[in-house]
Write a protein that binds this ligand. Structure first.
Ligand SMILES: Cc1cc2nc3c(=O)[nH]c(=O)nc-3n(C[C@H](O)[C@H](O)[C@H](O)COP(=O)(O)OP(=O)(O)OC[C@H]3O[C@@H](n4cnc5c(N)ncnc54)[C@H](O)[C@@H]3O)c2cc1C
Length: 452
C-alpha cells in the first residue's frame, strides 16, 4: 500500500501512515476560546452594525464598553501584544485564527483591542519605542485613552515604492523639523498622535534613508486638511473614525526623543510590523468571505428562476465550488505563512506573505462579487451588507502594497532559486534531452535495433 505522507493525530494512526511534523488540529483549550469568540462576535457584535450610525460615537463607545470588559475577563484583549504589555504573546497561527473570526464584523477588532491602525502602531511602539515613549504613548494607547495614525503614503510619490518618499525631517540643535504632504493616513483626523515616516538621510542606501517619528496631532504645523472621500465614504465628512486624512506637515518641530527607533531604521521597523499585519488582514478577509459565501449558499437555496432554484444552475454551482476551493486555498496558504513566521521568523516567510497578500485579496473580491451577483438588485442595495463588503474588498487590493508589487516581490524571490539554462536552451528541450539519452542508452538501443 502506498505510504501517504499525511499527518494524523496521535491515537488515530493507521499502521501504514508515515507521520510528518505537520498538524492541522487546534489545541482543545484554544479551540474553546475560538468557539466562544465565534458565538460572542455573532451574538453581541454583529447587531451593532445595523445601528452604528444611529448610536453615534458616544453611543457606540457605551455599547462596546461592557463587551470589551468580557473580552478582558476571557483573557483575549490585545492578544497580539506580549504578556508584559497585557497581551497574550500568541504566535501568528493563533492570532490568525482569531482574526478570521474578528474579520466577520468591522467592529469586532475594536471590541478585542486590536483595531487598525492602533494595533500595528502599538506593535511598532512595543518593538522600537524607548521606555519613556512607551510610558507617554503606548500605555495610554492600549488603555484606549489615545488614538493613533500611521502617516507614510504621499499624494506626490508612489506609495508602492516608499524609497521615493519626499517628506523630510532635518535635525537641528533642538530636535527635528518635519516638512511634507501625506494622505490616506487612516484615522489621522481623530488621532492624538501620528507615526510619521520621513527621510532623514538623503544620501544613505535607499532602504536606510527614512526614519519614524512620533508627532502629536496638535503640534504646531500639523494641518489635517480633510478626510478624503473614498468608495467607503463617498461624501466628504471630517473627523470620522476610519476616515483617510490628507495631512500637511509644515515646519513641524519635534524634540530629539520623537525619533522612534534608530535613525534610518524606518523601513526595517515597517517591515517587521507589516508581516504579521498582512497575515491578520488575510485572515480577516476570510472572515468576510465566509459571511458572503454563507449568503451566496442561502440565496441559491431560496431564489427560483427559469424553472429551478439558483442552486440547480451550473453557473451558481460553479460559484459555490470555486469560492469554497479558493477560500480553502487562501486559508491554508495564510496559516502556513503564519506557521512559517512562528517557526522560522518574519524574513523567512517573506515569499509566503507576498503570495497571500494578493491571492487573499483576490479571493475576497471574487467571493463577495459572486454573492452580490446572486442577490441581484438586493445585493447591490444597502438592505444587505454585500455592497459594503464589495467596497471594502476593493481597497484590500491596494493598501499594504498593491497586488502588482506583491506579485513582483514573490516572483523575484522565486526566481532567485533558478538560473538561466546554458546557452539559452531550455533544460526540458526534447531534442537535446533525446540526444543525451541516446548517448546514455547507446548499447541498449543498438541491441534493440540489432534484434529488428
Ligand atoms: C483604505 C486604505 C487605507 C490606507 N491606510 C493608510 C495608512 O493608514 N497610512 C498610510 O501611510 N497609507 C495608507 N494607505 C495608502 C496605501 O498604502 C497606498 O495607497 C498603497 O501603498 C499604494 O500607493 P499609491 O496609492 O501611491 O499607489 P502607486 O504607488 O501610485 O501605485 C498605483 C498603481 O501602480 C501600479 N504599480 C505600482 N508599482 C508597480 C509595480 N512595481 N509593478 C506593476 N504595477 C505597479 C499598481 O497597479 C498600483 O495600484 C491606505 C490606502 C487605502 C486604500
Amino acid at each position: 500500500m502506498a505510504r501517504d505522507a499525511v499527518t494524523v493525530r496521535a491515537g488515530r494512526r493507521p499502521g501504514y501512515l508515515v507521520v510528518v511534523g505537520w498538524d492541522f488540529s487546534t489545541e482543545p483549550e484554544f479551540q474553546a476560546q475560538l468557539d466562544w469568540m465565534r458565538e460572542f462576535v455573532r451574538e453581541e457584535v454583529w447587531p451593532i452594525e445595523t445601528v452604528f450610525d444611529e448610536l453615534g460615537t458616544e453611543g457606540f463607545e457605551r455599547a462596546v464598553a461592557p463587551l470589551k470588559e468580557r473580552v478582558r475577563e476571557r483573557g483575549l484583549w490585545a492578544a497580539h501584544l506580549p504578556p508584559e504589555l497585557g497581551g497574550q504573546g500568541f504566535g501568528q497561527v493563533k492570532l490568525g485564527l482569531m482574526h478570521e473570526i474578528l474579520g466577520t464584523s468591522p467592529f469586532a477588532p475594536v471590541v478585542f483591542g486590536n483595531q487598525a491602525p492602533d494595533s500595528g502602531n502599538s506593535e511598532i511602539l512595543a518593538l522600537a519605542g524607548t521606555e519613556d515613549q512607551k510610558e507617554q504613548w503606548l500605555h495610554p494607547l492600549l488603555a484606549g485613552h489615545l488614538r493613533s495614525a500611521f502617516s507614510m503614503t504621499e499624494p506626490d510619490s508612489a506609495g508602492s515604492d516608499p524609497t521615493l518618499l519626499q517628506t523630510r525631517a532635518v535635525e537641528d540643535s533642538d530636535g527635528w523639523v518635519i516638512n511634507g504632504h501625506k494622505w490616506f493616513s487612516t484615522n489621522a483626523s481623530v488621532a492624538d498622535f501620528l507615526i510619521v515616516m520621513a527621510v532623514t538621510d538623503t544620501e544613505a542606501n535607499r532602504y536606510r534613508r527614512a526614519s519614524m517619528f512620533i508627532v502629536a496631532a496638535d503640534a504646531p504645523g500639523v494641518r489635517i486638511l480633510r478626510d478624503v472621500p473614498t468608495m467607503e465614504h463617498p461624501y466628504e465628512r471630517y473627523g470620522i473614525h476610519g476616515g483617510h486624512a490628507e495631512v500637511l506637515y509644515e515646519d513641524v518641530r519635534v524634540p530629539k526623543d520623537a525619533l522612534l527607533g534608530a535613525r534610518g531604521a524606518g523601513f526595517l521597523i515597517a517591515q517587521q510590523r507589516l508581516g504579521p499585519g498582512r497575515i491578520h488582514h488575510c485572515m480577516r478577509w476570510l472572515g468576510v468571505s465566509r459571511r458572503a459565501f454563507d449568503m451566496l449558499c442561502e440565496r441559491a437555496l431560496s431564489r427560483y428562476s427559469h424553472g429551478s432554484l439558483l442552486a440547480e444552475k451550473q453557473t451558481v454551482q460553479n460559484w459555490i465550488a470555486d469560492s469554497a476551493a479558493q477560500m480553502q486555498a487562501a486559508r491554508l496558504m495564510t496559516l502556513h505563512a503564519a506557521w512559517k513566521m512562528d517557526t522560522e521568523g518574519a524574513s523567512a516567510a517573506r515569499q509566503e506573505i507576498a503570495l497571500i497578500k494578493f491571492y487573499g485579496a483576490g479571493v475576497l473580491h471574487d467571493v463577495v462579487d459572486r454573492a452580490l451577483q446572486a442577490h441581484g438588485s438586493l445585493g447591490y442595495s444597502t438592505d444587505l451588507p454585500l455592497e459594503q463588503m464589495y467596497r471594502f474588498a476593493r481597497a484590500a487590493r491596494l493598501y499594504d502594497g498593491p497586488d502588482e508589487v506583491h506579485r513582483q516581490s514573490a516572483a523575484r524571490q522565486i526566481l532567485r532559486g533558478y538560473e538561466a539554462p546554458a546557452g539559452g536552451v531550455p533544460s526540458e528541450h526534447v531534442p537535446s534531452r533525446r540526444e543525451a539519452a541516446r548517448a546514455r542508452f547507446a548499447e541498449l538501443l543498438e541491441a534493440v535495433t540489432a534484434n529488428d
